[in-house]
Design a protein around this ligand. Structure first.
Ligand SMILES: [Zn+2]
Length: 475
């Protein structure tokens, strides 16, 4: 068995249990941008000679991409060992059929015949004297959470920050980020959703103007991912190993992270041994709630919004003809009327639809009278449309659950059409309702769940929001 194989075998059980004898990148090294990365041959930005030189200096090491133990394949980029993710294809280079991994194929193909290159995670990062230029003030609840975050980073511990939608999670991170950057730590702020990265990136760069910050996601302009403070979608973590001193995962309960073991594996591996792990959520899943109850997961809880006003509680509206109308590509008159009436007010309207098709249909129905657009996950113009809505160039934005979280519009009402559909689980509905009343200038906002039969998810979401408001009041 090769040394790399043995290492990876132990790695699989515990990603941070075994650390190969790497050297640290010298402070002025032009290769430091590769620190902590795991890349395939095709992703390598270096000619072979330079790579060899780095290998001789113990700054990079080759690992097998896929290993096969007792007929079970494992991919060492994404960690999966589920048999259905492995397929074979006729590989011209090898003149035979080679196995590759389908689980992480969206990041480029990983093949058994090509190694992975792991670059030394040891590097010296800048110690920033006063990196944070944000001039706002934290509320008492935010300050309390911020103190817990600093402490978790200092002690390299795990912490869950459970903060309601609109609590101002990002700002709560600032003291922790400041502490880490002063210490010369490398920090990753990861999240399952591209829109969240896009939304947070400008806020972070304006608050930390002198710190090198990069945003990394599927179609980001920036591709190197070499910054000291990296923002990334969780998929990008497949390309890191032992790279970060602080790993913050925002929206930890969001799809696809919450139900994808391979992404969790990658997040764990991307963080260094004894890295601090901070998770942020407004709607923890059962698993986290159980760990909180069992006191296995240190948690700080923030039930109030930053502006101090309660969360808008959704109203449920039964429309018996809803599904039959939707299936015919139309909307019940009562809902149409409600939408047009709403438009006489000052707020914009965010409409959630259960499928792309319904979102497009609703857009079509409304477009004769309103400035309206629709977005979904695969929409190439998504970012532009969100920007147009934010700039108030649109009256209405119809969206799938892709905009359920992470995006902030200052003054919107929120309608969910067919809230009984299975895509709207409790977490999604709480998040969706949390889009309303985000600004201190307009802390209300109407939230209506239109449905053709009440579901548990609707009831539970309503109840959860109600409970949060009670806790915020008694704080
Ligand atoms: Zn894979």
């Amino acid at each position: 068995m090769k040394a790399g194989d043995a290492m990876l075998k132990r790695f699989k059980k515990n990603p941070s249990s075994n650390f190969p004898p790497f050297q640290s990148f010298p402070e002025d090294s032009p290769y430091q941008f590769l620190s902590g990365k795991i890349l395939t041959q095709t992703e390598l930005p270096l000619p072979v000679e330079e790579l060899q030189l780095l290998e001789e200096q113990s700054l990079v090491m080759k690992l097998p991409s896929l290993t096969n133990t007792r007929s079970t394949w494992q991919c060492h980029r994404c960690g999966t060992d589920k048999p259905y993710f492995f397929a074979r294809f006729p590989h011209a280079g090898c003149r035979k059929k080679c196995t590759y991994c389908r689980n992480c194929i969206m990041m480029g193909r990983v093949m058994e015949c090509e190694p992975l290159y792991w670059f030394s995670p040891l590097a010296v990062w800048k110690k920033h004297h006063s990196p944070c230029q944000w001039e706002g003030e934290l509320t008492n609840a935010q300050s309390n959470a911020a103190e817990h975050i600093v402490l978790a980073i200092e002690k390299r511990e795990e912490l869950l920050v459970w903060a309601v939608c609109g609590a101002g999670k990002t700002e709560m991170l600032f003291p922790g980020l400041t502490y880490a950057l002063r210490q010369g730590m490398r920090v990753c702020l990861a999240t399952p959703r591209t829109d969240v990265v896009r939304e947070l990136f400008p806020r972070l760069t304006s608050s930390f103007p002198e710190v090198e910050i990069q945003a990394l996601y599927g179609d980001s302009e920036e591709k190197s991912g070499s910054a000291q403070l990296l923002m990334a979608t969780t998929h990008q973590l497949y390309r890191y190993s032992q790279a970060f001193d602080v790993m913050i995962i925002d929206e930890i309960d969001a799809f696809p992270f919450h139900n994808d073991d391979s992404l969790k594996w990658a997040a764990k591996r991307a963080a260094k041994d004894h890295a601090s792990q901070i998770y942020l959520t407004a709607t923890p899943r059962k698993k986290e709630k159980r760990r909180i109850r069992q006191k296995q997961l240190p948690t700080v809880f923030i039930p109030s919004r930053f502006h101090g006003y309660p969360l808008p509680v959704p109203t449920l509206k039964l429309v018996t003809t809803l599904r039959s109308r939707l299936s015919k590509g139309t909307l019940p008159k009562s809902i149409l009327q409600r939408i047009f009436n709403q438009q006489t007010g000052k707020r914009q309207l965010l409409i959630f639809a259960s499928t792309i098709q319904y979102a497009e249909n609703i857009k079509g129905i409304l477009s004769s009278r309103l400035l309206v657009s629709s977005v979904h996950a695969e929409d190439p113009a998504r970012a532009d449309k969100i920007l147009a809505f934010r700039n108030r160039e649109l009256d209405v934005l119809v969206t799938t659950t892709i905009l359920e979280r992470g995006v902030t519009f200052p003054s919107v009402d929120v309608f969910v059409i067919d809230a009984g559909h299975q895509v709207f689980d409790e977490a999604a509905l709480v998040q969706i309702a949390g889009r309303a009343g985000r600004s201190h200038k307009d802390p209300d906002g109407e939230v209506i769940f239109f449905h053709s039969g009440k579901t548990n998810a609707m009831f539970e979401a309503q109840e959860a929001i109600h409970q949060m408001n009670i806790k915020a009041k008694n704080q």
